[in-house]
Design a protein around this ligand. Structure first.
Ligand code: PLP
Length: 383
C-alpha cells in the first residue's frame, strides 16, 4: 500500500463525507432558494453544514460563515473587501511567508491600484518579526493579513496578538487558516480576528469548496456579486454537495480533535526522532515549539529534494518538496528563502505532512526506507 504523507497539499476525501454528499446530487437536488419542498430540504442541509463549521471554529453565530469555492477565493475576498470598506486606508500589512493566494493578490493591488504593502519578514525559525509588524501598522492600514499556520513548515503565528495590534491601529485583521482548521483547536469567540479563510480539501472534505468566516458586524464588500445567496455576501447558486461535504468534514475533524488530540503529533514526532537519530547532516525547519502537529519539514544537507522524492516515490512513499518550487522554476520557495535557510540545506528540504489516516506502521516503513535513500544519494553526490 502506498504511504501518503502529503496532506498539506490535499487530503483524501473521507468516505463518510462522500456518503453525506451523494443524496444531494440525485434526491435532494433542489435549489435552496426555491419556495417548495425540494428547496427547503436543501436549505435545511446548508444550515446544518453552517452549524458544523460554526462548531469547529468556535464562532458565535452560524451566519458568520460564508461558503466560497475554497481558500484562494476566501483570501481574495477578504483582502479586496477590506480595501473597499476601509475608506481612506490604502495599505496592507502581511508576512513574507504567506501562500500565493494572499501574496499574489497583494502584488497585483500594488501594481494596479497603487496600494502600499508592508511585507514583514521572519526569523530563521519562520517566526514573524513582531517589532516590524507593529511599526508597519498605522492610520493608513486597511488590513493586516497573517496566516494562522504556514503550509511549508507548519509554523504557527500568534494571530490573537497580531489582531489586537491591527485593531489598535484601526485596521481589520484577516488570517489564512487553510492549514490550521481541523488540525489545531480554534475558538473564534476568544480570538479577536475579523475574517478567516478555510478550505475543504485540507480537512478530508471535497475540493473546490471553502468558507470565509466574517465576524458579525464587520463591514464587507462581496467579491462575487449576483443573486442574494449567502445573505448577499457571495452570489451564485450554492455548491450544495460541496457544502454538505464540508459540513461533514468539519464534524469529523472536530470529533477527531477532541477524541485523539495528540495522535497525529505523535506520528510526526516518531518520524522526526527516527530521522534525526539515523541520518546525519539534517535539520528540522520551522518553529519547533509552535508548529502544526502534522507537519515536518526536514532539510537533508547537500542533496537535491527532487532526487529524494523520486526515490521515496519509487518505494511507494509520497511526500513533497519542503521548499515548493514556483511552477516551472527550480528556485527554492519564498518561504525558506525568507527564513534564510543556508544554501546547503535549502534544496534538500522535504515536507512530510500527516493526517488522521496515517499509522505507526507507515512511519516505521519510512524510517526503513529514508536512511537508505539518503545514504545512497550521498554516496553518489559530489559534495
Ligand atoms: N492558503 C494556504 C496556506 C494553503 O496551503 C492553500 C492550499 O495549498 C491555499 C491557501 C489555497 O486553498 P485552495 O486550494 O482551497 O484554494
Amino acid at each position: 500500500m502506498p504511504i501518503y504523507l502529503d496532506n498539506n497539499a490535499t487530503t483524501r476525501t473521507d468516505p463518510a463525507v462522500v456518503a453525506s454528499m451523494l443524496p444531494y446530487f440525485t434526491e435532494q437536488f433542489g435549489n435552496a432558494s426555491s419556495a417548495h419542498a425540494f428547496g427547503s430540504e436543501v436549505a435545511i442541509g446548508l444550515k446544518a453544514a453552517r452549524k458544523s463549521l460554526q462548531a469547529l471554529l468556535g464562532a458565535a453565530f452560524d451566519h458568520e460563515i460564508v461558503f466560497t469555492s475554497g481558500g484562494t477565493e476566501s483570501d481574495n475576498t477578504a483582502i479586496l473587501s477590506s480595501l473597499d470598506v476601509q475608506e481612506g486606508r490604502d495599505e496592507i500589512v502581511t508576512s513574507a511567508v504567506e501562500h500565493p493566494a494572499v501574496l499574489a493578490v497583494v502584488e497585483h493591488l500594488q501594481a494596479t491600484r497603487g496600494i502600499k504593502a508592508h511585507i514583514i519578514g521572519v526569523d530563521a525559525s519562520g517566526r514573524l518579526d513582531l517589532d516590524a509588524y507593529a511599526r508597519a501598522l498605522g492610520p493608513r492600514t486597511a488590513l493586516a493579513t497573517v496566516m494562522w499556520a504556514n503550509n511549508e513548515t507548519g509554523t504557527l503565528f500568534p494571530v490573537a496578538h497580531l489582531a489586537d495590534l491591527a485593531h489598535a491601529a484601526g485596521a481589520l485583521f484577516h488570517t489564512d487558516a487553510v492549514q490550521a482548521v481541523g488540525k489545531v483547536p480554534i475558538d473564534l469567540q476568544a480570538t479577536p480576528i475579523d475574517m478567516l479563510s478555510l478550505s475543504g480539501h485540507k480537512l478530508h472534505g471535497p475540493k473546490g469548496i471553502g468558507a470565509l468566516y466574517l465576524r458579525k458586524g464587520i463591514k464587507f464588500s462581496p467579491l462575487v456579486r449576483g443573486g442574494p445567496q449567502e445573505r448577499r455576501r457571495r452570489g451564485g447558486t450554492e455548491n450544495v454537495p460541496g457544502i454538505i461535504g464540508l459540513g461533514k468534514a468539519a464534524e469529523l475533524a472536530l470529533a477527531h480533535l477532541k477524541a485523539a488530540p495528540d495522535e497525529i503529533g505523535d506520528l510526526r514526532n516518531r518520524l522526526e526522532h527516527g530521522v534525526v537519530q539515523q541520518i546525519g547532516h539534517c535539520q528540522v525547519l520551522g518553529d519547533r515549539e509552535n508548529r502544526l502537529p502534522n507537519t515536518s519539514n526536514v532539510a537533508f544537507e547537500h542533496l537535491e529534494g527532487e532526487a529524494i522524492l523520486h526515490h521515496l516515490n519509487r518505494a511507494g512513499i509520497a511526500a513533497s518538496l519542503g521548499s515548493a518550487c514556483s511552477s516551472g522554476s527550480m528556485e527554492p520557495s519564498h518561504v525558506l528563502r525568507a527564513m534564510d535557510v543556508p544554501a546547503a540545506a535549502l534544496r534538500g528540504a522535504i515536507r512530510f505532512s500527516f493526517s488522521r489516516e496515517n499509522t505507526v506502521e507507515e512511519v516505521d516503513r519510512v524510517l526503513q526506507v529514508l536512511p537508505e535513500v539518503i545514504t545512497k544519494l550521498r554516496t553518489l553526490s559530489p559534495t
